[in-house]
Design a protein around this ligand. Structure first.
Ligand code: S3P
Length: 424
């Protein structure tokens, strides 16, 4: 796939439904009583893995439309023992481990080559403290979960991770007594919001969240907002290409997800957020981005969870921003779908970026000029493929993306949508 330079990025678009919320809607729907209708479902490689997992565990999921489905719940402990292939979906594997810990029977969770290299003790260890029987393979998938009686505990996970927090909270639904997760740096709260919508008792405080054991969940409807992380490549393209003006409507703007907007603004892009409203506890809005003269910035650990999946795009932005940008406290990027610190460094440097990797981030020396262009290897990682495409639009000579198809893991139709807003 080649992406040629753009003269501007202009238009009004919507993006597919939020991946994090789509996974959760299916999993919580599966644990509910009766039907859950999910509208705006973000159909992608990852969320399809979750639909197929629910089916493998005895849950009926009816595809009503491409972006709508109905999940017929089996109740909090009604999942049928079996094996699940989580494919490339880390969120599925980690959340499901928490869901299964308090079920009856034995479950096996496997994944593709990339997922099998990602750390799983971060969920297994806290769940064991609750009484769960979770076996990893040297800390990785395949996992074996044998359902057991759980008890609530207070846990402070070692990493700031919404996936780990969610696994613990989901296990807590079937535990005896309350379960508390302490977070020094807060992470996305989609699990808390959807559990509340399903009638669970969830108490969120500044640095912790507690869930009470649930008798039953009932989640009639989920309206999924557009995925901020899927909007991000488009927004960054609009910030980078002079003369652009792009608006994305019906977008999820949960404040735990929109760290990129704050970074865009302080780097000098023009951002406006309007038409704010709420559905099912989640905030929606329209977001408009126009370019500006970009200047370097600094990003540290506290800010990372709010833009963790957007950091590769920040590296690209900073290569066009006057001065040196430093991103640190982002060591988590090394254990994503690929080592994103090296994938971004090796991807952007040959295009002309002056980027150097750190153990936990990058430094980038930027100049307000287009990168030359060249070739980017996606390394099987959807976010790196999309980074390559945006780099192409903002370059002088265009970018060829190797393994471009992997974008469909989170965003099928990405290249078509990007093309539809590109002026040449
Ligand atoms: C996610 C949490 C984040 C994020 C991932 C989705 C979620 O991962 O990177 O894409 O849906 O909870 P971590 O929890 O590992 O930070």
């Amino acid at each position: 796939m080649r992406v040629e330079p753009a003269a501007a990025v202009v238009g009004h678009v919507v993006v597919p439904g939020d991946k994090s919320i789509s996974h959760r809607a299916v999993l919580i729907g599966a644990l509910g009583e009766g039907e859950t209708r999910v509208s705006g479902f973000g159909r992608s490689g990852d969320t399809q893995a979750t639909v197929d997992a629910a089916r493998a565990l005895g849950v009926e999921v009816e595809d009503v439309a491409d972006d709508e489905l109905v999940v017929r719940g089996v109740g909090l402990r009604g999942l049928r023992p079996g094996s699940v292939d989580c494919r490339n979906a880390g969120t599925l594997m980690r959340l499901l481990t928490g869901v299964l810990a308090g079920q009856d029977g034995e479950f096996t969770l496997a994944g593709d080559e990339s997922l099998t290299q990602r750390p799983m003790e971060r969920v297994a260890a806290p769940l064991r403290r609750m009484g769960a029987d979770v076996e990893t393979t040297d800390g990785h998938a395949p996992l074996v979960v044998r359902g057991s009686g759980l008890h609530g505990v207070e846990i402070e996970p070692e990493v700031a991770s919404a996936q780990v927090k969610s696994a613990i909270l989901l296990a807590g639904l079937n535990a005896e007594g309350p379960t508390t997760v302490v977070e020094r740096i807060s992470t996305r709260d989609h699990t808390e919001l959807i559990l509340e919508a399903a009638g669970a008792r969830v108490r969120s405080r500044a640095a912790s969240v507690t869930v009470e054991p649930a008798g039953a969940l009932r989640l009639e409807q989920v309206i999924v907002p557009g995925d901020f992380s899927s909007a991000a490549p488009l927004l960054v393209a609009a910030a980078l290409v002079p003369g652009s003006d792009l608006t994305i409507h019906d977008l999820g703007v949960n404040p735990h997800r929109t760290g990129l907007l704050a970074v865009l603004e302080r780097m000098g892009a023009r951002v406006s957020v309007f038409n704010r409203r709420r559905a099912g506890g989640e905030p929606f809005a329209s977001v408009q981005v126009q370019p500006g003269e970009l200047v370097a910035t600094e990003i540290g650990a506290d800010e990372v969870p709010g833009l963790v999946d957007e950091l590769p795009l920040v590296a690209l932005l900073s290569s066009h921003a006057r001065g040196e940008t430093r991103v640190s406290g982002a060591g988590e990027l090394r254990v994503k779908e690929t080592d994103r610190i090296e994938a971004v460094t090796d991807g952007l440097r040959p295009l002309g970026a002056r980027i150097h990797s750190l153990a936990d981030g990058w430094t980038v020396r930027g100049v307000p000029a287009r990168l030359r262009g060249g070739r980017v290897d996606a390394r099987g990682d959807h976010r790196i493929a999309m980074l390559g495409a945006v780099a192409g639009l903002a370059s002088r000579e265009g970018v060829a993306i190797e393994g471009a198809d992997t974008a469909a893991i989170s965003f099928p139709g990405f290249y078509e949508l990007l093309e539809s807003v590109t002026r040449r």
